[in-house]
Design a protein around this ligand. Structure first.
Ligand code: OOB
Length: 554
């Protein structure tokens, strides 16, 4: 067990540490460095104090801070938090759009040894209250209403639902609340370096069902996550990374993202608008070399290369992950941007798989990558938990130096989500090549039970995507008196589809039947929609889609 030392709080209640023997192995292999999560940033601030660390190109900007300036700003913020009464080991909900304030608060909290709960700007009171209560948070850090949603109203509601949240700090116009505090670092005692096996911060699970769960990441394991990711991406101080996805998500935060770039002394550019007309200009202006996108956004960028005039040739690595990148999209992106795609299959719980920049392009287009650490233990198992041979589909289980051993304060979930020997059951269906590369084939629970037959949604989706009229598709089960569930395909039409012509159910069924799909898998309903609903980070949200389809059923 980690020793709390001077942690006088309940941080460790409900936290599952790495097993002693494994932690010792990771320390011996120098995977766990025994340093605080901001050590990488501080080393860069030491060696290249005058290099640009962050540029805020959000509506708050434009503004650039060097490493020494950002270090100073985060020390003042840390001192402010301590002066405001926040204590080591306490949890604070952080909910801010991509901006300089986000990163000053993050580093400030880490330095004050207060653990941020990394919520996303798209989260609303239901999720925020659930996460704040679950983490036992004592404060909330948000922003004003300039980006179209007033986080101050959310803060008011949060305090009424979760009274333990006694302090609220707001960036911008604070309204009835306080602005984030700053103080002279010399005026307070900043806590000494934390024990590196304690939780540094909390990520939230990215599931598309139910409420998000809390994922405690330790200084040791998250620092490893950043360093290994930076190595795989071959990051150097010459790199400039554009934060286009919400910064609090694991992908742009640490894969390698913000923390990975800080560790090598590179430059991070924040934008709060990921659309190509904005981001392409930023890429040109700042000579951005690396960024990360979800597939839907990548598709949009790919199309925009046809008409956006900006020169984005500085981009050497375009990371795409969070949901499956369709093979034709991977090929199209490489064609449009010059062999820059990296597939990323990751999860807030830990395991990150990458394709490598020097792998053959056809492999990069085909697979979602291989684990980034040789210490990652991956199993692919059938329904009985028995390992399946390479090439066969099964559920991905994983254990390793940066994969959690349990969700925070969630005993009931942990019973189901972890094996007795500490493997995380990802719920992802994958196949593995002998080389260790993984292809994601679906989610194990994403099935429709139609007239007693189990239909895997991804099977139908993959085949529908092959139809020239289909740009995006999600297949869900809808309640049906006769069938139990009927199969509904929600389709976003491609530009190839003749305008003003309906997409006929019969056409799609015939197309699928011609491809050899069993008759019980053919959709019973097709619904053309303009956009598919997405989660806070931009993945297709089937729960919301199902609700929408049910409520608009004619
Ligand atoms: C990332 O993390 P989360 O926690 O938001 O979501 C994890 C889940 C995975 O279990 C898998 O179901 C899905 O998202 N996923 C993918 C994928 N990448 C993630 N499914 C298919 N293909 C992919 N490439 O989404 C995340 C975390 C770090 C880096 C990248 C993504």
């Amino acid at each position: 067990m980690p020793t709390p030392l001077d942690h006088a709080t309940d941080l460790l209640d409900g936290f599952t540490p790495y097993a002693d023997a494994q932690a010792a192995r990771y320390r011996d292999a120098e995977l766990f460095r025994g340093l605080p999560l901001f050590a990488g940033f501080d080393a860069s601030a030491e060696s290249t104090p005058d290099a640009p660390a962050v540029t805020d190109a959000s509506i708050d900007g434009p503004r650039t801070l060097t490493y020494s300036e950002l270090r100073e700003a985060s020390l003042r913020r840390a001192a402010g938090f301590v002066a405001a009464g926040l204590r080591p080991g306490e949890r604070v909900v952080l909910q801010q759009n991509n901006s300089l304030e986000f990163v000053v608060n993050l580093l400030g909290l880490l330095r004050a040894r207060v653990a941020p709960v990394m919520t996303l700007p798209a989260h609303r009171i239901t999720e925020i209250a659930h996460l704040a209560a679950g983490a036992g948070a004592v404060a909330y850090i948000g922003e004003d209403g300039r980006r179209g949603f007033d986080f101050r109203d959310l803060a008011t509601e949060l305090q009424s639902r979760v009274p333990a949240v006694t302090q609220v700090f707001v960036s911008g116009d604070p309204g009835p609340f306080a602005t984030a505090p700053d103080a002279d670092p010399a005026s307070v005692d900043l806590p000494a370096s934390p024990n590196s096996d304690l939780p540094a911060l909390f990520l939230v699970s990215g599931g598309t069902t139910g409420l998000p769960k809390l994922i405690a990441r330790t200084h040791d394991d998250y620092d490893l996550n950043a360093r290994l990711s930076a190595e795989v991406a071959k990051l150097t101080a010459d790199d400039t990374y554009l934060v286009a996805l919400p910064a609090a998500h694991n992908f742009p935060l640490c894969c390698p993202g913000i923390l990975g770039v800080f560790g090598v002394g590179g430059h991070v550019v924040f934008t709060d608008n990921p659309s190509p007309d904005n981001t392409f200009d930023l890429i040109e202006r700042h000579r951005v070399t690396v960024t990360a996108l979800v597939p839907a956004l990548a598709q949009l960028w790919c199309a925009a290369t046809e008409w956006e005039p900006a020169d984005i040739s500085s981009l050497r690595l375009l990371q795409v992950g969070g949901a499956k990148l369709a093979h034709p999209d991977a090929v199209a992106l490489d064609e449009a941007l010059g062999d820059v795609v990296q597939q990323v299959f990751g999860m807030a719980e830990g395991l990150i798989c990458y394709t490598r920049p020097d792998e053959p392009r056809n492999l990069v287009h085909e697979v979602q990558g291989s684990p980034m650490s040789e210490f990652d233990e991956v199993r692919v198992v059938d329904e009985e938990g028995v390992d399946v041979p390479d090439g066969e589909e099964g559920e991905l289980l994983v254990r390793g130096p940066y994969t959690i051993r349990g969700y925070y304060r969630a005993d009931a979930h942990n019973e189901k989500s972890f094996t007795p020997d500490g493997f995380y059951r990802s719920g992802d269906k994958v196949t593995r090549l002998p080389s260790g590369h993984l292809s994601v084939t679906g989610r194990i629970k994403d099935t429709i039970v139609r007239a007693g037959e189990n239909v895997a949604a991804d099977d139908v989706e993959e085949n529908l995507l092959a139809h020239p009229s289909v740009r995006q598709v999600a297949v869900v089960g809808l309640p049906d008196d006769a069938l139990g569930e009927k199969i509904c395909a929600a389709v976003v039409l491609s530009h190839d589809h003749p305008p003003a012509q309906p997409l006929e159910l019969a056409t799609l069924r015939m197309f699928l039947a011609d491809r050899g799909l069993a008759s019980f898998k053919l959709p019973d309903v097709v619904r053309v929609i303009r956009t598919l609903p997405v989660t806070a980070v931009g993945k297709i949200d089937k729960k919301v889609l199902r609700e929408q389809l049910v409520s608009t059923a004619g």
